[in-house]
Design a protein around this ligand. Structure first.
Ligand code: G
Ligand code: G
Ligand code: MN
Ligand code: NA
Length: 254
Protein backbone atom coordinates (compact mmCIF):
# COMPACT_ATOMS: atom_id res chain seq x y z
CA UNK A 1 0.00 0.00 0.00
CA UNK A 2 2.87 2.29 0.86
CA UNK A 3 4.46 1.24 -2.43
CA UNK A 4 1.31 2.04 -4.37
CA UNK A 5 1.05 5.48 -2.80
CA UNK A 6 4.69 6.21 -3.64
CA UNK A 7 4.23 5.05 -7.21
CA UNK A 8 1.16 7.26 -7.62
CA UNK A 9 3.20 10.20 -6.35
CA UNK A 10 6.01 9.31 -8.74
CA UNK A 11 3.56 9.39 -11.65
CA UNK A 12 2.21 12.76 -10.55
CA UNK A 13 5.78 14.12 -10.28
CA UNK A 14 7.19 12.37 -13.38
CA UNK A 15 9.80 10.87 -11.06
CA UNK A 16 11.22 8.57 -13.72
CA UNK A 17 14.32 8.66 -15.85
CA UNK A 18 15.34 6.86 -19.02
CA UNK A 19 18.66 5.15 -19.46
CA UNK A 20 19.75 4.11 -22.92
CA UNK A 21 21.72 1.03 -23.95
CA UNK A 22 23.62 1.21 -27.26
CA UNK A 23 23.25 -1.31 -30.07
CA UNK A 24 26.20 -1.54 -32.43
CA UNK A 25 26.74 -3.09 -35.85
CA UNK A 26 28.85 -6.26 -35.64
CA UNK A 27 30.46 -5.62 -39.01
CA UNK A 28 31.88 -2.17 -38.45
CA UNK A 29 31.29 -1.36 -34.77
CA UNK A 30 29.19 1.72 -35.51
CA UNK A 31 26.34 2.82 -33.28
CA UNK A 32 22.97 1.87 -34.78
CA UNK A 33 20.43 2.43 -32.03
CA UNK A 34 19.56 2.53 -28.33
CA UNK A 35 17.08 0.74 -26.14
CA UNK A 36 15.34 3.04 -23.66
CA UNK A 37 15.04 1.49 -20.19
CA UNK A 38 12.98 3.20 -17.51
CA UNK A 39 14.06 3.73 -13.90
CA UNK A 40 12.08 5.12 -10.97
CA UNK A 41 13.76 7.88 -8.97
CA UNK A 42 12.59 6.50 -5.64
CA UNK A 43 12.65 8.94 -2.70
CA UNK A 44 14.34 6.44 -0.38
CA UNK A 45 15.85 3.66 -2.48
CA UNK A 46 17.45 5.73 -5.22
CA UNK A 47 17.15 4.51 -8.82
CA UNK A 48 14.85 1.49 -8.99
CA UNK A 49 14.87 -0.73 -12.07
CA UNK A 50 11.80 -1.73 -14.11
CA UNK A 51 11.81 -5.35 -12.88
CA UNK A 52 10.80 -3.96 -9.49
CA UNK A 53 7.88 -1.78 -10.55
CA UNK A 54 6.54 -2.45 -14.07
CA UNK A 55 4.59 -5.60 -13.14
CA UNK A 56 3.44 -3.93 -9.92
CA UNK A 57 2.27 -0.88 -11.86
CA UNK A 58 0.37 -3.16 -14.24
CA UNK A 59 -1.35 -4.92 -11.35
CA UNK A 60 -2.50 -1.59 -9.91
CA UNK A 61 -3.69 -0.14 -13.20
CA UNK A 62 -0.83 2.37 -13.17
CA UNK A 63 1.14 1.31 -16.23
CA UNK A 64 -0.60 3.55 -18.75
CA UNK A 65 0.71 6.91 -17.48
CA UNK A 66 4.21 5.44 -17.03
CA UNK A 67 4.22 3.99 -20.55
CA UNK A 68 3.00 7.29 -21.97
CA UNK A 69 5.74 9.16 -20.13
CA UNK A 70 8.41 6.76 -21.44
CA UNK A 71 7.23 7.12 -25.02
CA UNK A 72 7.02 10.88 -24.88
CA UNK A 73 10.34 11.28 -23.05
CA UNK A 74 12.23 9.04 -25.52
CA UNK A 75 10.84 11.02 -28.47
CA UNK A 76 11.51 14.34 -26.76
CA UNK A 77 15.10 13.44 -25.94
CA UNK A 78 15.92 12.22 -29.44
CA UNK A 79 14.46 15.35 -30.99
CA UNK A 80 16.45 17.52 -28.57
CA UNK A 81 19.67 15.75 -29.62
CA UNK A 82 18.77 16.19 -33.26
CA UNK A 83 18.09 19.90 -32.72
CA UNK A 84 21.59 20.17 -31.23
CA UNK A 85 22.97 18.87 -34.50
CA UNK A 86 23.87 15.37 -33.29
CA UNK A 87 23.64 12.51 -35.78
CA UNK A 88 20.69 10.41 -34.60
CA UNK A 89 20.17 6.67 -34.41
CA UNK A 90 16.76 5.17 -33.54
CA UNK A 91 15.53 4.69 -29.99
CA UNK A 92 13.62 1.51 -29.06
CA UNK A 93 10.84 1.68 -26.47
CA UNK A 94 9.46 -1.42 -24.68
CA UNK A 95 5.73 -2.06 -24.57
CA UNK A 96 4.37 -4.91 -22.47
CA UNK A 97 1.56 -7.16 -23.70
CA UNK A 98 -0.84 -5.57 -21.25
CA UNK A 99 0.02 -2.07 -22.45
CA UNK A 100 -0.49 -3.23 -26.00
CA UNK A 101 -3.93 -4.58 -25.16
CA UNK A 102 -5.11 -1.70 -23.03
CA UNK A 103 -3.94 1.30 -24.96
CA UNK A 104 -4.46 2.80 -28.38
CA UNK A 105 -0.79 2.23 -29.04
CA UNK A 106 -0.77 3.44 -32.64
CA UNK A 107 -2.73 6.59 -31.80
CA UNK A 108 -0.48 7.40 -28.86
CA UNK A 109 2.68 6.88 -30.83
CA UNK A 110 1.42 9.08 -33.63
CA UNK A 111 0.56 11.72 -31.02
CA UNK A 112 3.99 11.50 -29.35
CA UNK A 113 5.77 11.89 -32.70
CA UNK A 114 3.53 14.81 -33.59
CA UNK A 115 3.95 16.54 -30.24
CA UNK A 116 7.74 16.22 -30.19
CA UNK A 117 8.44 16.59 -33.91
CA UNK A 118 10.55 13.42 -34.00
CA UNK A 119 10.62 11.68 -37.39
CA UNK A 120 9.10 8.17 -37.22
CA UNK A 121 12.20 6.38 -38.50
CA UNK A 122 13.93 7.28 -35.22
CA UNK A 123 11.44 5.29 -33.14
CA UNK A 124 11.16 1.53 -32.69
CA UNK A 125 8.76 -0.45 -30.54
CA UNK A 126 9.87 -3.63 -28.74
CA UNK A 127 7.11 -6.18 -28.24
CA UNK A 128 7.29 -9.58 -26.63
CA UNK A 129 6.01 -12.70 -28.32
CA UNK A 130 3.08 -12.76 -25.92
CA UNK A 131 1.61 -9.76 -27.79
CA UNK A 132 1.61 -11.76 -31.01
CA UNK A 133 0.29 -14.94 -29.42
CA UNK A 134 -3.15 -13.46 -29.32
CA UNK A 135 -3.62 -13.63 -33.03
CA UNK A 136 -6.38 -11.15 -33.23
CA UNK A 137 -7.09 -8.85 -36.10
CA UNK A 138 -6.56 -5.97 -33.70
CA UNK A 139 -2.88 -6.82 -33.19
CA UNK A 140 -2.36 -7.00 -36.93
CA UNK A 141 -4.18 -3.69 -37.43
CA UNK A 142 -2.07 -1.98 -34.78
CA UNK A 143 1.22 -3.33 -36.15
CA UNK A 144 0.21 -2.33 -39.65
CA UNK A 145 -0.68 1.15 -38.41
CA UNK A 146 2.79 1.45 -36.82
CA UNK A 147 4.37 0.23 -40.02
CA UNK A 148 2.38 2.78 -42.01
CA UNK A 149 3.55 5.50 -39.63
CA UNK A 150 7.14 4.47 -40.37
CA UNK A 151 7.95 3.18 -36.87
CA UNK A 152 10.16 0.05 -36.56
CA UNK A 153 8.91 -3.10 -34.83
CA UNK A 154 11.18 -5.52 -32.91
CA UNK A 155 10.37 -8.77 -31.15
CA UNK A 156 12.01 -8.71 -27.72
CA UNK A 157 13.23 -11.78 -25.81
CA UNK A 158 12.81 -13.78 -29.02
CA UNK A 159 12.67 -17.53 -28.54
CA UNK A 160 11.36 -17.50 -24.97
CA UNK A 161 7.63 -17.32 -25.79
CA UNK A 162 5.21 -19.93 -26.92
CA UNK A 163 3.91 -18.41 -30.09
CA UNK A 164 4.08 -20.05 -33.48
CA UNK A 165 6.64 -19.01 -36.03
CA UNK A 166 3.81 -18.25 -38.45
CA UNK A 167 3.49 -14.75 -37.02
CA UNK A 168 6.93 -13.86 -38.35
CA UNK A 169 5.55 -13.79 -41.84
CA UNK A 170 2.07 -12.60 -40.94
CA UNK A 171 3.12 -9.47 -39.06
CA UNK A 172 5.21 -6.55 -40.36
CA UNK A 173 8.25 -7.13 -38.14
CA UNK A 174 11.71 -5.63 -38.70
CA UNK A 175 13.97 -7.15 -36.02
CA UNK A 176 14.39 -10.16 -33.77
CA UNK A 177 16.15 -9.60 -30.45
CA UNK A 178 17.75 -12.89 -29.44
CA UNK A 179 17.10 -13.35 -25.75
CA UNK A 180 20.05 -13.06 -23.39
CA UNK A 181 19.38 -16.56 -22.01
CA UNK A 182 20.48 -18.05 -25.37
CA UNK A 183 23.56 -15.86 -25.67
CA UNK A 184 24.78 -16.17 -22.09
CA UNK A 185 26.31 -19.67 -22.31
CA UNK A 186 27.78 -19.36 -25.80
CA UNK A 187 30.21 -20.35 -27.15
CA UNK A 188 30.61 -23.12 -24.55
CA UNK A 189 27.12 -24.59 -24.81
CA UNK A 190 26.66 -26.40 -28.13
CA UNK A 191 22.88 -26.30 -27.73
CA UNK A 192 22.84 -22.56 -27.30
CA UNK A 193 25.20 -22.07 -30.24
CA UNK A 194 22.76 -24.14 -32.32
CA UNK A 195 19.78 -22.05 -31.19
CA UNK A 196 21.48 -18.74 -31.87
CA UNK A 197 22.67 -20.00 -35.26
CA UNK A 198 19.15 -21.07 -36.18
CA UNK A 199 17.63 -17.73 -35.17
CA UNK A 200 20.20 -15.73 -37.12
CA UNK A 201 19.72 -17.90 -40.22
CA UNK A 202 15.96 -17.72 -39.99
CA UNK A 203 16.17 -13.95 -39.57
CA UNK A 204 18.29 -13.66 -42.67
CA UNK A 205 15.91 -15.84 -44.70
CA UNK A 206 12.92 -13.78 -43.63
CA UNK A 207 14.80 -10.49 -44.06
CA UNK A 208 14.61 -9.61 -40.40
CA UNK A 209 17.55 -7.98 -38.66
CA UNK A 210 18.92 -9.91 -35.68
CA UNK A 211 20.12 -8.31 -32.44
CA UNK A 212 21.94 -10.38 -29.83
CA UNK A 213 21.13 -9.28 -26.29
CA UNK A 214 23.24 -9.54 -23.17
CA UNK A 215 26.58 -9.91 -24.95
CA UNK A 216 29.22 -9.85 -22.22
CA UNK A 217 32.38 -11.49 -23.63
CA UNK A 218 34.67 -11.11 -26.62
CA UNK A 219 34.14 -14.82 -27.37
CA UNK A 220 30.37 -14.32 -27.65
CA UNK A 221 30.97 -11.31 -29.90
CA UNK A 222 33.33 -13.32 -32.14
CA UNK A 223 30.80 -16.13 -32.49
CA UNK A 224 28.00 -13.69 -33.37
CA UNK A 225 30.21 -12.00 -35.94
CA UNK A 226 31.02 -15.36 -37.51
CA UNK A 227 27.30 -16.19 -37.64
CA UNK A 228 26.65 -12.85 -39.35
CA UNK A 229 24.27 -11.55 -36.69
CA UNK A 230 23.55 -7.88 -37.44
CA UNK A 231 23.67 -6.04 -34.11
CA UNK A 232 24.82 -6.56 -30.53
CA UNK A 233 23.64 -5.04 -27.29
CA UNK A 234 25.18 -5.88 -23.92
CA UNK A 235 27.64 -5.03 -21.20
CA UNK A 236 30.64 -5.76 -23.46
CA UNK A 237 29.64 -2.73 -25.52
CA UNK A 238 28.05 -0.66 -22.77
CA UNK A 239 25.68 -0.83 -19.86
CA UNK A 240 22.58 1.36 -20.12
CA UNK A 241 23.71 4.98 -19.65
CA UNK A 242 21.95 8.18 -18.68
CA UNK A 243 21.17 10.85 -21.27
CA UNK A 244 24.27 13.01 -20.65
CA UNK A 245 26.55 9.99 -21.14
CA UNK A 246 24.74 9.02 -24.35
CA UNK A 247 25.05 12.59 -25.57
CA UNK A 248 28.82 12.35 -25.13
CA UNK A 249 28.76 9.12 -27.15
CA UNK A 250 26.79 10.83 -29.93
CA UNK A 251 29.23 13.75 -29.93
CA UNK A 252 31.90 11.19 -30.84
CA UNK A 253 35.61 11.26 -30.09
CA UNK A 254 36.73 14.86 -29.61
O1 G B 1 16.73 -2.06 -17.34
P1 G B 1 16.57 -3.52 -17.07
O2 G B 1 17.73 -4.23 -17.63
O3 G B 1 16.45 -3.85 -15.64
O4 G B 1 15.19 -3.93 -17.78
C1 G B 1 14.50 -5.04 -17.37
C2 G B 1 13.23 -5.27 -18.14
O5 G B 1 12.33 -4.18 -18.02
C3 G B 1 13.46 -5.47 -19.62
O6 G B 1 12.87 -6.69 -19.96
C4 G B 1 12.74 -4.37 -20.29
O7 G B 1 12.08 -4.84 -21.45
C5 G B 1 11.73 -3.91 -19.24
N1 G B 1 11.53 -2.48 -19.40
C6 G B 1 12.46 -1.50 -19.33
N2 G B 1 11.91 -0.29 -19.58
C7 G B 1 10.60 -0.51 -19.84
C8 G B 1 9.51 0.34 -20.18
O8 G B 1 9.63 1.54 -20.35
N3 G B 1 8.28 -0.26 -20.34
C9 G B 1 8.11 -1.60 -20.21
N4 G B 1 6.90 -2.10 -20.39
N5 G B 1 9.12 -2.44 -19.89
C10 G B 1 10.34 -1.90 -19.71
O1 G C 1 13.93 -5.53 -22.70
P1 G C 1 14.81 -6.50 -22.02
O2 G C 1 14.17 -7.38 -21.07
O3 G C 1 15.57 -7.33 -22.96
O4 G C 1 15.85 -5.58 -21.28
C1 G C 1 17.19 -5.72 -21.32
C2 G C 1 17.66 -5.97 -19.91
O5 G C 1 18.88 -6.69 -19.93
C3 G C 1 17.92 -4.71 -19.15
O6 G C 1 17.53 -4.92 -17.85
C4 G C 1 19.44 -4.55 -19.22
O7 G C 1 19.97 -3.81 -18.15
C5 G C 1 19.87 -6.00 -19.18
N1 G C 1 21.14 -6.21 -19.84
C6 G C 1 21.57 -5.58 -20.93
N2 G C 1 22.79 -6.04 -21.30
C7 G C 1 23.12 -6.99 -20.42
C8 G C 1 24.26 -7.83 -20.27
O8 G C 1 25.21 -7.82 -21.06
N3 G C 1 24.24 -8.69 -19.23
C9 G C 1 23.21 -8.77 -18.35
N4 G C 1 23.31 -9.64 -17.36
N5 G C 1 22.12 -7.99 -18.46
C10 G C 1 22.07 -7.12 -19.47
MN1 MN D 1 13.72 -4.84 -24.52
NA1 NA E 1 15.06 -8.66 -24.09
Amino acid sequence: LQQERLLREAIADNAFVLHYQPQICLKDGTLRGFEALVRWRHPVRGLVGPIEFIAFAESRGLITPIGRWVLHEACRQLKAWQDEGLALVPVAVNLSALEFRQRDVAGEIAAALQATGLAPQYLEIELTESVLMHQTGQVLDTLQALKDLGVGISIDDFGTGYSSLAYLKRYPIDKLKIDRSFVMDTPGSADDVAIVTAIVQMGRSLQLKTVAEGVETAEQMALLRRLDCDLVQGHLVSEPMDAPAIRQWLLGPS
